[in-house]
Design a binder for this molecule. Sequence first.
Ligand code: NAD
Length: 227
Amino acid sequence: MKKVVVFTGAGISVESGLPTFRGSDGLWEGHRVEDVATPEAWLKDPELVQAFYNKRRADCLSARPNHAHLKLAELEKDYDIHIITQNIDDLHERAGSSKVLHLHGQITKSQSSINPSLVYDIEGAEIKRGEQCELGSQLRPHVVWFGEAVPNMEQAYKLAREAEVFVTIGTSLQVYPAANLIFETKPNCKLILIDPNAENYNVPPVVHKISEKASVGVDYLAELLAK
Ligand code: NAD
């Protein structure tokens, strides 16, 4: 089976009602990223950070996978599909994709604030003040904040190197090191970029750009894979 690695970002979940991170105002749901998605923000105002992610989690739980998530799951019938996602939502899993690597964590889980390897499922939408890991520290969202290491990056590079087709969907390619993945692919790997803003991206000319929203782009993708 052809090995297809699909790298997804916030754009693939837009049609499920979850907004992207960089809106036209440069804010994430009205907040500056430094105020809610950094270790410094957690030290300065843990209540604000927890409330921000509790709201994101509630939005995620009430969202449904859209056609783009569902189509990628369906393509597993014919291709060896591996998803690498920057998203913290669980819409790929709920659509039925079986191989999903999260680079920036999962909002549906919590982690110890002193040992990031201690990770727990969350019951419901909230992590409450006073909920602790087994070492006695306050639980925080299981997400990778700006300035933190990306533990799954090596596994992602390995997948990118093995890809016969590498597809990028709905990411501005502005968050590093994840944006480097496309440059790890082998010379004969077919490269495809799906994003309504694709024409404005500065990527190598060999990249096949599909300037469509994700739900439309995945049907073009299916046609390209079948050729
Ligand atoms: P980004 O916000 O930087 O870029 C989003 C991209 O999606 C843009 O290129 C935009 O043109 C494109 N887009 C908009 N509507 C689209 C559609 N309907 N179909 C396809 N593409 C569309 O997002 P990013 O590059 O993924 O980086 C954001 C970071 O923020 C990630 O690290 C992630 O952890 C976090 N984040 C996650 C979620 C989520 O889990 N759903 C949502 C917001 C932010």
